[in-house]
Design a protein around this ligand. Structure first.
Ligand SMILES: C[S@@+](CC[C@H](N)C(=O)[O-])C[C@H]1O[C@@H](n2cnc3c(N)ncnc32)[C@H](O)[C@@H]1O
Ligand code: SF4
Length: 351
């Protein structure tokens, strides 16, 4: 079971895009992108190329292609560790208003004393990431739009990154929140898995309310908003309703259900296959603590990692002895000596 196999509806041809870009910028290494690109790469390259046609900014195009190269290269097992990861996930809220059937939020006990990320900590993190990390995602263990400072947070990070992504269940959007998202976010993913069986999977969810919000986003969205919208579902064997969403969003994609909430009870494996998670992304949790994988929702792997603060930078943590040790163990075939990497449902996957 591969970690990132998704049925993306993007139809852009990556090879052609890379060829077109190679006539504009002079750089060797990105050409190998065509050998190992990830599902979203063609969309990003198309956006960058379209932008270049408008502003003629070669540096911006080059920045995108280098960032994409670093990201895709690491996912594919061609490891390149720089001072910062190409992608950082920021957990605005570990708390959620849903209890989806397949989600670790069903583990009520684990999440009961958690809080939202403070605006102060958020600003410290954004200041450190700006100019150093190209891609950020507001998604980890809970529902990001629940954070009481959500709108201020969107405003604070506006225009500071190449791609800002958010995953949301879409249930708590208001006109103001949508406005702030449209003006800041470049990839908006609504987590919806089904039309008829919606509430069976999305426990506490109301399909009509979420659909109204998706339609509202569609209605409020204007050509100057630099955003791709997507319905992204978890495939658990339900009927394929993806066509239903085509008129409201740009893309639909489904990822396979993964046994996340049972991870700590899965059988131990002896895999030596390197997992690329700790090499290309970092998860900053609501209180500044850090983890290197989202399968490990109890953040056991990161329990000894330093915490991000005014005095401890993202770079320091990324290059820290503790995080380097995890990467070295993966590199030297000792993945099965790390708990819960030795319980991971993707023992054979490079990423
Ligand atoms: C944990 S949620 C957090 C963000 C937000 N609450 C949402 O649902 O989009 C992040 C993503 O993980 C997906 N997800 C949750 N449980 C999953 C599972 N067991 N297997 C695969 N994906 C899962 C969700 O559908 C969502 O797209
Ligand atoms: S998948 Fe998202 S919406 Fe559903 S319970 Fe998990 S965090 Fe909440």
């Amino acid at each position: 079971m591969a970690r990132f196999k998704s049925l993306c509806t993007t139809e852009e041809n990556c090879e052609k895009l890379v060829r077109d870009i190679s006539t504009i910028i002079d750089s060797d290494n990105f050409l190998s992108l065509v050998d190992f690109y990830t599902p979203y790469t063609p969309t990003r390259l198309k956006i960058a190329l379209d932008q270049y046609q408008i502003d003629g900014d070669v540096n911006k195009l080059e920045e995108e292609i280098q960032a994409r190269y670093l990201y895709d290269s690491n996912i594919s097992g061609n490891i390149i560790v720089k001072d910062y990861p190409p992608l950082v996930h920021i957990e605005l809220s570990p708390i959620c208003n849903y209890r989806c059937k397949f989600c670790f939020q069903q583990d009520e006990e684990h999440f009961k004393d958690m809080d939202f990320m403070s605006l102060d900590l958020f600003k410290i993190i954004i200041d450190q990431l700006e100019g150093n990390v190209p891609y950020i995602t507001f998604s980890n263990r809970g529902e990001p739009t629940m954070n009481p400072h959500f709108i201020e947070m969107m405003e604070y990070c506006r225009g500071k990154f190449l791609d800002i992504k958010i995953n949301t269940n879409g249930s708590l959007l208001t006109r103001d929140k949508i406005e702030s998202i449209l003006n800041t976010v470049n990839t908006l993913a609504f987590s919806v898995d089904s039309v008829k069986e919606y509430s069976e999977y999305r426990v506490n969810g109301n399909f009509e309310r979420v659909m109204n919000n998706i339609k509202l986003v569609h209605e409020m969205r204007k050509p100057h908003h630099n955003i791709v919208t997507r319905v992204s579902g978890v495939y658990c064997g339900q009927e394929d309703d993806s066509k239903y969403f085509d008129q409201y969003v740009d893309q639909t994609s489904f990822i396979q259900y993964h046994p996340w909430k049972e991870i700590y009870d899965l059988p131990t494996h002896q895999s030596k296959v390197l997992c690329t998670e700790p090499f290309y992304r970092m998860y900053i949790l609501y209180d500044g603590s850090v983890n290197s994988c989202d399968v490990d929702y109890k953040a056991v792997i990161g329990k000894n990692f330093p915490k991000i603060s005014k005095d401890m930078s993202v770079k320091d943590v990324w290059k820290s002895h503790e995080l380097s040790r995890i990467r070295n163990m993966h590199m030297s075939g000792k993945r099965s000596c790390i708990y819960p990497c030795n319980k991971c449902p993707f023992p054979e996957a490079a990423g």
